[in-house]
Design a protein around this ligand. Structure first.
Ligand code: PMP
Length: 427
């Protein structure tokens, strides 16, 4: 069934570390052969052996309207004829910035970069430059990309591979990153009191997606907002996952919280390498060439990347009903999964918000990293493979959220629920 993928994986490992260009793709934690993909259309992906999968990864978020979405493909093809890069400003970059400002609340100015990592790294540098302070607070199990300061108690692959300290990150950098449990406001207040006047920023995934999907408790973000106001701390919403996914205005809109700086990635690029950071003008004007906080990129604002993102965001802005449809589909899936999981009789937790959802095999509520890590992740691995065998492509780790795309049909969702029923019987 996976003959060609196996061959390709063997070959890949000779020239690429671990055979992959991003660790979680290697299936190392779930075992087995990573599937090498050939093509994808709508909600389906096809591997090198010609197997078809219903896709719940959506390239880890970006493909919110499905793969090879025709308007995006066409726009890229047309744009490429005018050159794939200029290294000079273009009108399209202004249109993209104006479009983002019209959708995202509390964003006065925006700077485009090429990944979520760059967006978060730049936002933190800006917060440090603006406040003249060194330390940041992040949350255990949250992932903000692989910049040095974020690789402390990080989620996603860092949690999947259980890497406690990342070699290569200096103690000096790591010491400037303070961590607290997600949803534990008192712990954050304590850190802020212990390090009064030293904290430049609090960076948070507003709805956590890198330890499975975990929702914020009522009052948590409001409490962080208040603390930041009182202590002169820059409040950074990492909306790389949630931006343009949970609502046109992302988690800020959905949760009704005002951040000082916001970072974007994934959906903003329509599947091209794009990230962005933006926020209050008062802070953003410290970025070079207006200010001295330096940040740059040879391919930042790249025309092909911009037209892909611009085309997707325009469609999302013009059809806000997409968000309702996505949410209805996700709730349908959640309810169907609940039914078969309940009948199965073992403990489990489903967390869901908008089109983000995940299952933890846990007998306790999953509200932070400790509760996610103490779930039965061995069982998740078996579930993952049982689903894969039945043509359902889930994230290969319990420390990842699933992302629904709007090309999914109710028939696909029914198939997924049925596959779960059969998989559970097999476990
Ligand atoms: N922030 C969050 C919340 C993310 O989920 C990710 C990637 N999964 C990043 C930042 C980093 O983005 P990228 O992989 O594009 O560098």
């Amino acid at each position: 069934m996976y003959k060609k993928s196996k061959e390709l994986f063997e070959r890949a490992q000779k020239s690429i570390p671990g055979g992959v260009n991003s660790p979680v793709r290697a299936f190392k934690s779930v075992g087995g052969t990573p599937l090498f993909m050939q093509k994808a259309k709508g909600a389906y992906m096809y591997d090198a052996d010609g197997n078809q999968y219903i896709d719940y990864i959506a390239s880890w978020g970006p493909m919110i309207l499905g793969h090879a979405h025709e308007p995006i493909v066409k726009a890229i093809q047309e744009k490429a004829l005018d050159s794939t890069s200029f290294g000079a400003p273009t009108e399209l970059e202004i249109e993209m910035a104006e479009l983002i400002l019209s959708m995202a609340p509390n964003v006065d100015m925006i700077r485009m970069v090429s990944s979520g990592t760059e967006a978060c790294m730049s936002a933190v540098r800006l917060a440090r430059g603006y406040t003249g302070r060194n330390k940041i607070i992040k949350f255990e199990g949250h992932y903000h990309g692989h910049a040095d300061s974020f690789l402390v108690k990080a989620g996603s692959g860092v949690a999947t591979f259980n890497i406690q300290t990342v070699p290569g990150v200096t103690a000096g950098v790591a010491n400037d990153t303070l961590t607290a449990a997600y949803n534990d406001l008192d712990a954050v207040k304590k850190l802020a009191a212990e390090h009064k006047g030293e904290i430049a920023a609090i960076i948070v995934e507003p709805v956590a997606g890198n330890m499975g999907c975990i929702l914020p408790k009522a009052g948590f973000h409001e409490g962080l907002r208040k603390l930041c106001d009182e202590e002169g701390i820059v409040f950074i919403f990492d909306e790389v996952m949630t931006g343009f996914r949970l609502a046109p205005g992302g988690a800020q809109e959905l949760l009704g919280i005002k951040a000082d700086l916001v970072t974007y990635g994934k959906v903003i690029g329509g599947g091209m390498p794009v990230g962005a950071f933006g926020g209050k003008k008062e802070i953003m004007q410290h970025i070079a060439p207006l200010g001295n906080v330096y940040q740059a990129g040879t391919l930042s604002g790249n025309p092909i990347a911009m037209i892909a993102g611009f085309t997707l965001l325009t469609e999302l802005k013009n059809n806000p009903s997409i968000y309702k449809e996505l949410e209805e589909k996700t709730i349908y899936l959640r309810d169907g999964l609940n039914e078969v999981l309940k009948a199965w009789g073992q403990p489990y937790v489903i967390n869901q918000l908008g089109s983000m959802i995940s299952i933890h095999f846990s007998d306790h509520a999953v509200v932070d990293f400790a509760s996610a890590a103490s779930a039965n992740n061995e069982l998740f691995k078996k579930y993952f493979h049982a689903m894969l065998k039945r043509g359902v492509y889930l994230p290969p780790s319990a420390f990842e959220s699933w992302f629904l795309n709007n090309a999914l049909t109710y028939e696909d969702l029914d198939k997924t629920i049925q596959a779960t029923k059969e998989s559970l019987e097999e476990l």
